[in-house]
Design a protein around this ligand. Structure first.
Ligand code: ADP
Ligand code: GLC
Length: 485
């Protein structure tokens, strides 16, 4: 029997993306179709989404979703069903999904995403004729209230469906002052530690984790880490209390979109058997980033420039990287102060460090296809996708041993090298010294062409498609639906 799932997310490729959540939400329908699960994606109607949707058919109307008039539009995302919440008062604004053009969070984010969650709960309850769902899959804090509405304020006479919340990043929790509670349309009894209350305020992610039937995180190691104070960020107690409901399911990658043998963004396509063709891509990156042409290793970065990603530490290690013969091409955007440090490093090291501030999907493919190694010194990383793209592209990942990075990269230690299974370099918790050492190890390994080629090939031959993870989600869906009876 086909299982019908409503996947509720604040971003999804190819309609709107600020990070890995969009890659995952965009890939889930395809990953699960192979498992007999039909996923309908539900996202907010930001201007960019409405523009791509074209006309879209209106199939439902709300006079007021937390006060805002709204329509539900139906369309497709790839070959899969899509629902879009068109609520101009909440989503018709220029800027990003969560913040204005200057990066400041919208003041009414609590209302925008509570309304979105309310709509999701109504749809799952059966408010829209002809649309029946067996389960709701919510993602991150923006959709944390979905399980709360389903459980504590369900659609009258609606269908009772189980829910899952996936934590893509515990650092963003959607925490708001107590004053917003009366405006959420939840019963007064929801204001308890078993409901949506969290440290005296309203916690969107906390509510989802409390009230969903299962909690997943995007890698097994992160599922363990969030039980600790360091990674749980205040919600570790809740994770521990619900530990028999917590699952770590690794993200996969979209192997049609990320395939060096057919990638239209690359100057030259290649396979593990034809690695020499990568040289052309390397030359293209050197040229695009104003770098010298030489035989040394070309390190690349494609990242949000933030503390989570350890980018402050990397900026400090660049003199060392250049000093031992490396070059760096960096594409990223984020904290203004970190951006400035990279610009300063580029000015200090012309021809050796090239920096492009901004977001550029095509360039992100070209860096993976032309770089020798990708640097990912994250302080924490729920899963991480850029190391998976690096593995698939023969761009050897250099990562910290945390979260999904620990689960997906095999360190080139002597045992792994002897067994010929290594795929990259891992370092212990990121620090100036650890990162400098990891970069030195990369330079040494790169000087041994046969060993380096082995690392590249091992990564390219590993399987990071959605197969196993799609099956794991499908099994969990079926288990929860069965439990519900
Ligand atoms: P996170 O979601 O925490 O940022 P992930 O590694 O899961 O980290 O996903 C990041 C995604 O965003 C990847 O698809 C990566 O290629 C992309 N990305 C990050 N920064 C940029 C950028 N400046 N330009 C283009 N793509 C980027
Ligand atoms: C978050 C995490 C990242 C993960 C992505 C998709 O943005 O920071 O590690 O890969 O979500 O799950």
């Amino acid at each position: 029997m086909t299982v019908k799932v409503l996947s509720v997310a604040s971003e999804a490729v190819p309609l709107v993306k600020t990070g890995g959540l969009a890659d995952v939400a965009g890939a889930l329908p395809g990953a699960l179709a192979a498992q007999g699960v039909e996923v309908t994606t539900f996202i907010p109607g930001y201007p960019a989404v409405l523009a791509k949707l074209g006309k879209g058919k209106a199939i439902h109307k709300w006079d007021g979703l937390l006060g805002a008039p709204a329509r539900l539009l139906s369309g497709t995302i790839g070959d899969h069903p899509l629902l879009v919440l068109d609520a101009p008062a909440l989503f018709a604004r220029e800027g990003g999904p969560y913040s204005d053009g200057s990066g400041r969070d919208w003041d009414d984010n609590w209302r925008r995403f509570a309304a979105f969650a309310r709509a999701a709960a109504d749809i799952a309850g059966g408010a829209v004729k002809g649309r029946v769902f067996d389960l709701v899959h919510a993602h991150d804090w923006q959709t944390g209230l979905v399980p709360a509405y389903l459980r504590l304020a369900p659609l009258e006479g609606g269908r009772d469906v189980p829910s899952i919340i996936t934590i893509h990043n515990m650092a963003f929790q959607g925490y708001y002052p107590a004053e917003v509670f009366p405006q959420l349309g939840l019963p007064p009894t929801a204001w308890t530690v078993d409901g949506v209350e969290s440290y005296g305020g309203v916690g969107f992610l906390k509510a989802g984790m409390q009230l969903a039937d299962a909690i997943t995180t995007v890698s097994p190691t992160y599922a363990g880490e969030v039980r600790s104070i360091e990674f749980g960020m205040g919600l570790e107690g809740l994770v521990q209390a619900r530990s028999n409901r917590v699952h770590g399911i690794l993200n996969g990658i979209d192997t049609a979109e990320w395939n060096p043998a057919s990638d239209p963004h690359l100057a030259a396509t290649y396979t593990a058997g034809k690695l020499a063709a990568r040289a052309k891509n390397k030359r293209a990156v050197e040229q695009a980033f104003g770098l010298d042409r030489d035989d040394g290793p070309l390190f690349v970065v494609v990242s949000r420039l933030t503390w989570q990603k350890g980018m402050d530490v990397l900026a400090e290690v660049l003199d060392h990287l250049v000093g031992i013969g490396g070059r760096l091409a960096l594409l990223g955007a984020g904290d203004a102060e970190i951006e400035q440090r990279f610009l300063a490093a580029a000015a200090r090291h012309p021809g050796r460090v090239g920096v492009r501030l901004g977001y550029d999907e095509a360039a992100s493919h070209r860096l993976q296809g032309g770089g020798d190694a990708i640097l990912i010194p994250s302080r924490f990383e729920p899963c991480g996708l850029t190391q998976l793209y690096g593995l698939a592209y023969g761009c050897v990942p250099i990562v910290s041993r945390t979260g999904g990075l620990a689960d997906t990269v095999i360190d080139a230690n002597p045992a792994a090298l002897a067994a010929e299974v290594a795929t990259g370099i891992q370092m212990n918790a990121v620090s100036h010294n650890a990162l400098a050492m990891a970069i030195s190890r990369a330079v040494e390994l790169y000087a041994q062409p046969a060993t380096w080629k082995r690392l590249q090939k091992n990564g390219m031959q590993a399987d990071f498609s959605w197969g196993a993870s799609g099956a794991a989600y499908a099994a969990l869906y079926r288990q929860l639906i069965e439990e519900q009876g």
